[in-house]
Ligand binder design. Sequence first.
Ligand SMILES: NC(=O)c1ccc[n+]([C@@H]2O[C@H](COP(=O)([O-])OP(=O)(O)OC[C@H]3O[C@@H](n4cnc5c(N)ncnc54)[C@H](O)[C@@H]3O)[C@@H](O)[C@H]2O)c1
Length: 262
Amino acid sequence: MTIIVTGGAGFIGSNFIFYMLRKHPEYRIVCLDKLTYAGNLSTLAPIMKNPNFRFIKLDICDRENIYNLFKEERPDVVVNFAAESHVDRSIDNPEIFLQTNIIGTSVLMDACRKYGNVRFHQVSTDEVYDDLPLESDLLFTEDTPIHTSSPYSASKASADLLVMAYHRTYGLPVTISRCSNNYGSFQFPEKLIPLMIANALNNKPLPVYGTGLNIRDWLYVEDHCRAIDLIIHKGRVGEVYNVGGHNQGFRMKNSQKYVIID
Ligand SMILES: NC(=O)c1ccc[n+]([C@@H]2O[C@H](COP(=O)([O-])OP(=O)(O)OC[C@H]3O[C@@H](n4cnc5c(N)ncnc54)[C@H](O)[C@@H]3O)[C@@H](O)[C@H]2O)c1
């Protein structure tokens, strides 16, 4: 099996590649990444010489070269991690978020259609559901209405709608996973946990959102990778799967859609 992993030099994508090469050593993994400020090629150094791994520097919006890559590699599955992913940056400069997160997703799905109706998995976010009220015991489910609050979450929600539209309009075999906040190795230091650790080590103030009462659901990155592996092998096409640490505000309602990580 050949899997194209986009955004594989980033936090979750790189963890996913390591996980998949360990779990399925016979698979070919092709990583494409534009190497924005968030991509770090040195993370992938330990596997650069693995004959079942290939890295290519490429923008998911570059239609011509994306088509060339699909023509050459003939993938069975695409897992799309590539995104502009930092909420605060999306408030300062929304345009690149719309370009990469929406247009880039459509280019990849067009390539999937053109080269054999390739299975497409979109890595999305629970931020498409917005926040739950403070001090409530409500939980998100896959049926929670989409309600976005930043250009980042709006771009991810737009991509999700587009993914479902490609499934209904063209019959593209797609799945979507929406996860909560990931933590683990190789995360860019602008994100909460590495930022707090770096600031604490350097005796700098620890920034807290709002009044500090907000609660996040945390998901260990490798558990997320296991869930995606499960979804691309056993998930039902056309479905959305929530993936959470199940500690705050996050629940999978329909038992047939459960992604249980034990
Ligand atoms: N980190 C989290 O807690 C979290 C939570 C929910 C959802 N997600 C989603 O998971 C995915 C991965 O998140 P992450 O935290 O690993 O992000 P990240 O910012 O660490 O990595 C993103 C990667 O995508 C690459 N990239 C950006 N634009 C590109 C383009 N146009 N073409 C090709 N590559 C491009 C970057 O170079 C980088 O390597 C994203 O889609 C994000 O929305 C992340």
